[in-house]
Every structure is written in C-alpha cells, then in structure tokens.
Design a protein around this ligand. Structure first.
Ligand SMILES: NC(=O)CC[C@H](N)C(=O)O
Length: 348
C-alpha cells in the first residue's frame, strides 16, 4: 500500500488509494488516519477562537470558555472521529429549530406548516423584528429565524410547554438512545432576559400568526433552546438527517424522507442566518448553528461517492462558543470549511 503522507496527500487521494489498491484497506486504519488529520486541524483552528466573543445577551452563556473547540464526525457506518473539546455539554439553542420544525411537520403535515411559514432566507439577523414589519409579510420568512421558529413552536400540539415538547424529546431519544435533559439555569437565564423574543412574540400575536397562547409558546421556545446536548449528539442527528431521516444501521425511518429533505434545504439556505450564502459558497453543506457555539452539519448521502464511501451520509457536530458578529462559531466555521474542502463534501 502507498505510504500515507498527511501533509502532501489530500484525503480523497489517500482514501482512493486505499479503496482501489488495496487488499489491506480497513476501517481501523482509515479511522486512525482521519483522526490524525482532524487533531491537527482542531489545534490549528483553535487559535481563531481568539477572534470571537461568547454570547452574552443570555447572561449565563457568558460563562462558556471561549477557547474551547471540538468536533465529532459520525459516518454512515457508525465510524466516529472526535477531537478537541469533545466532552463539553452545551445547550442546543437555535439548532433546536430544525427539530421543532421536523416535529411540527410530522404532527400537522408538511403543507399545513408551509402554508404558515415561508422557506426564504432573510439576509437579516436571527432575531430581527424589522423584517417582519417592513416587508408586511404574509407569513414569517423561514422556520430557522426566531420569528418563524416561534411561530412553528406555537403550532406544536399540546396545551402546556411540557406537552408540546414531549414529541421533541421522543424524537431526540429515538435518534440518540437517551433522553437529553433541560438545563434549568440556562432556561431561567433566557426566560428572564429575552425581551427581544418577547417583542417578536407580541408582534406575531398582533399579526395573527401564533396558534397557541403567547406565554406558553415562549416558555416552550425557551425550553427547547435550553436542552443540553453534546457534539456527539449533533453528529448523530446530522447523520440521520443526511440519510433522509433513516437510521442506516437498521433502515428504520425516524423522520419522513420529504421532511428530512426539506430540513436539509432549509439548513443550506437559512441555517447560518445572514452568513448562509457565504457558508453555502465556501463550505457547501447543510448546517445549522446556535448561539452557545454549536453547529450541526452533514454531508447528504450520495450514491456517486466512491472515494469516501463512509463520509457520504455523515453527520458533524462542532462546539466552539467564541462567535463571529453573525452569531456563528468563528473557529467552528473555519474548521468545517477546511474539512468540507479536504473531503470534498460540498453538495455542489
Ligand atoms: N441563535 C440562537 O441560537 C438563538 C437562540 C436563543 N435561544 C434566542 O432565541 O435568542
């Protein structure tokens, strides 16, 4: 087998050699080799955390360590590569919007939700009110900015926040084999400080978009954002969405295919707020970020992929609480960009 040189070979070249040549190609060797690569990249991009700031508008989030950077990657065969600060729990924040959207579509049907929330990027910040008012929209722009997400949350079935979130927890449990818990301190910190989201809520109430009581809707929204997860969880959820909602280990359908596909399209066009265009151009994979520094990303499964069979249909979780001015993990984006380019993950 060709001797591997991680400084000169691209990952595709090496894996292509492995696949073509190679009587002794094996998963363990590949994993070891990928691990070395990823370890190098994480230590390189960790320096970029110094260029960002942790979120402070939810006071408790300011306690995060801005030097942290970790990544977890799960292939469609379960192969896992994790590196850096991979064991730090953090709250899911806006990444929850992908899951409440999925749950709402499963409960109400896709067309019910799409009649009430659009699928257009805003080009504005995640918590903008201005867009709603200036454009006099018929419905909120998309489910991944706060106005659209709060509207989706109002459409979840149930009268109390706990009833509304039960199917959300059940979906998480099905994907992760455990039930993540609410971080009560983060929930209370957001509940007591989130005047902007209350303003958005009142505007949605006035304009007739909300389908549940305002206070219950906001309580549900703050709770969904405060569920604690890890990058391994994000990678696993990403891997299932990448595979059109199916668990590749046993072909069980966890999310209906059409809903998973729509979620991917929305992640690609709206997942990184007003940096979504740049992210699509330079990274090119569906992703969704949150203000605690998490990013979920994925490489949709592609039959054509011969060089990296186990990375077609992979999920990626990143944690790096130092954020850029759009509210996305500053080092996390750079790390993802590097990996997507090296491994040819772009959907384009
Ligand atoms: N970008 C985010 O992660 C925002 C989520 C946060 N809970 C908020 O609504 O303000």
């Amino acid at each position: 087998m060709k001797c591997m040189n991680k400084h000169t070979d691209t990952i595709s070249e090496v894996v292509a050699t492995m696949v073509q040549g190679a009587t002794n190609w094996n998963t363990e060797l590949t994993q070891e080799w990928l691990q070395e690569y990823v370890d190098d990249w994480v230590s390189f991009y960790r320096k970029r955390t110094a260029d960002g700031e942790v979120a402070s508008y939810i006071p408790i989030l300011e306690e995060a360590n801005r030097d942290h950077l970790g990544i977890s990657i799960v292939g469609n065969n379960g192969m896992t590569v994790r590196s850096g600060d991979a064991d730090i729990p953090f709250t899911i924040q806006s990444i929850s919007k992908v899951l409440t959207f999925v749950v709402a579509c499963m409960e109400r049907g896709l067309s019910y939700i799409l009649d009430r929330v659009d699928v257009e990027p805003t080009g504005g910040s995640f918590n903008s009110i201005m867009h709603l008012e200036i454009s006099r929209v018929e419905k909120p722009f998309n489910p991944f900015v706060n106005a659209g997400a709060i509207t989706v949350t109002s459409m979840l079935e149930g009268k109390t926040s706990d009833q509304k979130l039960e199917p959300f927890y059940e979906l998480l449990e099905k994907m992760l084999d455990y039930r993540p818990a609410l971080n009560v301190d983060v929930y209370e910190s957001e509940r007591d400080s989130s005047m902007r989201n209350r303003a958005i809520g009142y505007y949605l109430l006035e304009t007739g978009f909300l389908e549940s009581d305002l206070n219950v809707t906001l309580e549900t929204y703050f709770k969904q954002c405060s569920v604690e997860i890890t990058i391994d969880d994000l990678a696993r959820i990403g891997m299932i969405i990448a595979n059109d909602g199916e668990n590749p280990a046993n072909q069980e359908e966890i999310i209906p295919r059409q809903v998973a596909r729509l979620a991917k399209a929305l992640m690609l066009t709206c997942g990184m707020y007003d940096a979504s265009g740049k992210f699509a151009a330079y990274v090119g994979v569906p992703a969704k970020s949150g203000v605690s520094g998490g990013i979920i990303a994925l490489s949709p499964s592609r039959a054509r992929d011969e060089t990296l069979p186990f990375m077609s249909g992979c999920g990626i979780g990143v944690y790096g609480p130092a954020l850029d001015d759009k509210g996305n993990s500053i080092a996390g984006i750079r790390l993802l960009r590097h990996i997507a380019n090296q491994w040819d993950l772009s959907v384009f």
